[in-house]
Write a protein of this length. Structure first.
Lengths: 253, 203
């Protein structure tokens, strides 16, 4: 049987590889601007959530749509399907309608994806534990709290045109950091179970996604976001790592 | 092996499938077979075995999962020193009990052992039913948990043989549409070493 540290060593390699591969492509785009990776970036950002969605639906079916795994993975898949449609609308606004400010419909759809991810985590947590321990309750508050305070503090030192932008993008950072808090708590719960690797990899994916969200919303608040932004690397890597987490989940149980 | 645990065994199997899915159930089933060489149904009857396998998968959260599963199958309505009233909520489990009481031969055996415990040969002799089929039915009733071993007695040839009594002292079936639930009076001492009962009330 694998020990805790062995499992840890074995489970971060593929996420690291995925992240490294996408970073290399990103850096290649910077070093060789003639490569023009903007189309590839757009396609990858749109397709990556679909990959999660399809994997989730397949896993949900594999678990016979059971009350815990079947239902929770179906919801996670639905959330990423909503995110996918949001990204699609976003690029339609930006590329076809040349709409450079808010893309309300797209943003609402992207925002709607977060509650589904939260539901996925909550269903799993609630089935396995009756009551959270105190340190887990604290983590649920501390993690989003630190992210939001840090994000706000950095932005307060910067100058931006419309204060409304700050609150608009803050809502996305809030939702994303709550997801990260929940995922961290779930990871601590599944530490000594067969689901350890799956939740560890999922946590890596969600952490990368949250960092991506923070960077994107920071850049958007300041009005400096572009398709060359590093947040795109994180946004593409995060769902792909989540797909690997799903694979590990159905392999382990 | 506890009689009440035998009764709820079928329900545990279906609950595991319902909550975690067939794939997970198959993995648990395989692990039970690899470790103990028995089926999940047998492992549920001797619950410590299934518990150990579940702990391999779910660690310390196993107790919570077990408690949730058992709570869906049965509840204890009233409990006194001598007798407890339980409700079997799981339709599958209730149906198995209902079918046993619906079988005339099994009903005769259950009635015979209701107030007085007897050994298998004694029960067969008193039932006045065909020996071979009665023996098989008694075995089925023991397997389903409806008969409980309560002690020993000496057979006519001096051998020490087990004595059995019914697990339920009184059984009331409630049929609503296609669902059956059961209210049953159980001797409280049968509950004491029941894994199902203890996992509901230990948390």
């Amino acid at each position: 049987m694998l020990t805790f540290s062995n499992e840890l060593k074995n489970s971060y390699k593929i996420p690291a590889l995925i992240f490294a591969a996408i970073t290399v492509i990103y850096l290649a785009g910077i070093v060789y601007p003639s490569l023009d990776l903007s189309l590839l970036t757009r396609v990858a950002i749109v397709v990556a959530p679909v990959a999660v969605s399809v994997s989730c639906f397949l896993i949900s079916k594999n678990y016979n749509h059971s009350k815990v795994f079947g239902k929770s993975y179906f919801l996670l898949g639905l959330g990423h399907l909503v995110t996918f449609s949001g990204e699609l609308v976003f690029f339609h606004y930006v590329d076809s309608l040349h709409f450079l400010e808010y893309t309300p419909v797209g943003d609402v759809l992207i925002f709607s994806g977060y509650p589904f991810t939260m539901a996925h985590i909550i269903i799993n947590v609630r089935y396995f534990v009756e009551k959270l321990e105190n340190f887990q309750k604290i983590m649920l508050v501390i993690i989003p709290g630190i992210i939001l305070l840090g994000y706000s503090a950095v932005l307060m030192g910067s100058s931006f045109e419309d204060p409304g932008d700050f609150y608009y993008y803050l809502s996305f950072v809030t939702a994303s950091s709550i997801v990260l808090g929940l995922a961290t708590v779930a990871f601590t719960l599944f530490r000594q179970t067969a689901l350890f690797t799956a939740w560890f990899v999922l946590l890596i994916g969600i952490t990368i996604g949250t960092i991506g969200d923070v960077l994107y919303n920071y850049a958007s608040t300041l009005g400096v976001y572009s398709f060359g932004d590093f947040s795109n690397v994180l946004w593409i890597a995060s769902p792909l790592i989540m797909v690997y987490a799903l694979y590990r989940h159905q392999k382990s149980i | 092996m506890n009689a009440l645990d035998r009764i709820v065994a079928k329900g545990v199997r279906s609950m595991l499938e319902e909550d975690l899915g067939k794939t997970t159930y198959k993995k648990i089933e395989k692990e039970v077979y690899d470790v103990y060489g028995i089926s999940v149904l047998e492992a549920v009857s001797d619950f410590s075995k299934l518990d150990l396998v579940l702990r391999k998968f779910f660690g310390k959260h196993t107790s919570n999962i077990e408690s949730k599963i058992f709570k869906k199958i049965l509840s204890v309505e009233q409990s006194t020193k001598n007798e407890s009233i339980i409700t079997i909520k799981d339709p599958g489990v209730a149906k198995t009990v209902f079918e046993a009481y619906g079988d005339p031969a099994k009903k005769t055996i259950l009635d015979l052992l209701l107030y007085e415990s007897k050994s298998i040969p004694e029960a067969i002799a008193k039932s006045k039913l065909p020996k071979a089929s009665t023996y098989n039915r008694i075995k089925e009733l023991i397997g389903d948990g409806l008969l409980t071993m309560v002690g020993f007695t000496n057979a006519s040839d001096g051998r020490k043989v087990n004595e059995y009594s019914t697990t339920f002292n009184k059984t009331v079936f409630e049929i609503q549409d296609e669902n059956i639930s059961i209210n049953a009076n159980v001797n409280s001492r049968f509950l004491k070493d029941s894994f199902a009962y203890n996992s509901i009330y230990s948390l």
